[in-house]
Design a protein. Structure first.
Length: 403
């Protein structure tokens, strides 16, 4: 197999293209609440080999390492040349244990690697979404730092962090509650008309050591153990107290998990209690937006309409989250009549030719439009150009835990 054949079948030919693919992989796994892993394969002494033996030998080493990678990963995984003497492997729907298996295969094939009489030393790094980072940039920055640290210590492999699953169990969930480690994080939502912060989406975090894990890292286990409602109540209560303290201002956007929304459909008691808590804190229901992840709800349209009517009858605003993906539909949107629609970031990344018409259509129907996953100034300018009302994403501000 020639180098050209290898690139055609296995390798992404440049860093820019590879990082663009990583962003698409990230958004897919984030939306599906699934894990994926990255492996950085770094040739430690390539620069020295180039100086000592010439670039032809250095290139031969790169081709040899690329061939080994191509033979060691699945056909649906993605690999490519990263920076100078390194390769990045993107392992789809793979947790840290799966990534370690891939690295073990690579290490066994590269442990005694030698080209033209020159020993080739390799450092491997692993990181996994979501426990090692909440964005592509976070993941790569963390991965590069850990690989650099491993090279300084002359370690062959660095496993960036222990798997988050060891923290999630009944005893650990109970201890998290008792030790006050379930906390809210606040992500700002920008009003594009006057460039002010309209409010904050309240997100769930779990403190483990010095880290705050995103909900995607533990929400399934918490739900399976029937503690989701408890976690939600803790987060909502703390968020209300933080708003009352004056540390944040504007509207509060509460994102309800799909099964919690289905629970609310059985009665208004929970909503009335929630409203009472808000009023006691001086927060009127008009300053609260309840986000319904309509794309993930498996309830019937009639049940969803009941939920929305219950929410609106108490004076709350309603936003449909993740519009345009999975189970979301225009029919359900028209029947539920929310106040806001949050358009999924998919359209910024892969459907820009449709975004203008989606925003225009939603606004004609009388909805306020929020564009999610704003990651760059280009994204922001596009949202403004197409007439969106609000913008949310890491470029506007990352979720922040406020103590």
């Amino acid at each position: 197999m020639t180098l050209l054949d290898l690139y055609r079948e296995t390798m992404i030919p440049n860093t820019v293209c590879l990082m663009d693919i990583l962003k698409k992989v990230f958004y897919f796994h984030e939306r599906k609440c699934r894990k994926f892993s990255l492996v950085l394969v770094d040739i430690d002494n390539l620069r020295g080999i180039n100086k000592q033996k010439g670039y032809s030998v250095g290139n031969q080493i790169l081709v040899t390492v690329a061939n080994i990678i191509g033979e060691s990963v699945r056909r649906n995984d993605i690999a490519g040349k990263y920076k100078s003497g390194s390769f990045l492997i993107i392992l789809l729907e793979t947790d840290k244990d799966g990534a370690q298996m891939v690295v073990s295969r690579l290490e066994s094939k590269m442990s005694n690697l030698e080209v033209d009489g020159m020993p080739v030393k390799i450092t491997f790094g692993i990181c996994t979404y979501p426990e090692d980072g909440e964005s592509p940039d976070d993941l790569m920055e963390f991965l590069e730092e850990k690989v650099a640290e491993a090279k300084r210590k002359k370690e062959a492999i660095v496993y960036t962090k222990r798997s988050v699953r060891q923290y999630i169990g009944l005893d650990n969930i109970i201890s998290a509650i008792e030790e006050n480690r379930v906390v809210p994080a606040f992500q700002p939502i920008l009003n594009l008309r006057d460039k002010s912060i309209e409010g904050y989406e309240v997100l769930m975090r779990l403190k483990v050591g010095d880290e705050y894990l995103p909900a995607s890292a533990f929400i399934d286990q918490v739900s399976e153990l029937s503690f989701l409602t408890v976690f939600e109540e803790i987060v909502f209560d703390k968020a209300i107290k933080i708003w009352k303290s004056g540390k944040i201002k504007g509207k509060l956007f509460f994102n309800m998990p799909s099964n919690f929304v289905n629970y609310l459909a059985k009665g208004k008691a929970k909503l009335r209690d929630f409203k009472e808590e808000l009023l006691n804190a001086g927060i009127g229901p008009e300053n609260v937006v309840i986000e319904i992840p309509e794309s993930k709800i498996t309830a019937t349209t009639d049940e969803l309409i009941e939920v929305v009517n219950n929410i609106k009858s108490l004076g709350f605003k309603v936003a449909v989250d993740d519009f345009g993906v999975e189970n979301s539909s225009v029919e359900r949107l028209l029947k539920t009549k929310p106040d806001m629609v949050k358009v999924d970031g998919f359209f910024l990344k892969e459907g820009r030719n449709m975004l203008r018409w989606i925003i225009a259509g939603l606004k004609r129907l009388g909805y306020r439009v929020v564009i999610e996953h704003i990651e760059s100034n280009e994204d922001l300018e596009l949202a403004i150009k197409y007439g969106a009302d609000y913008a949310q994403g890491f470029y506007i501000g990352k979720p922040e835990v406020i103590l």
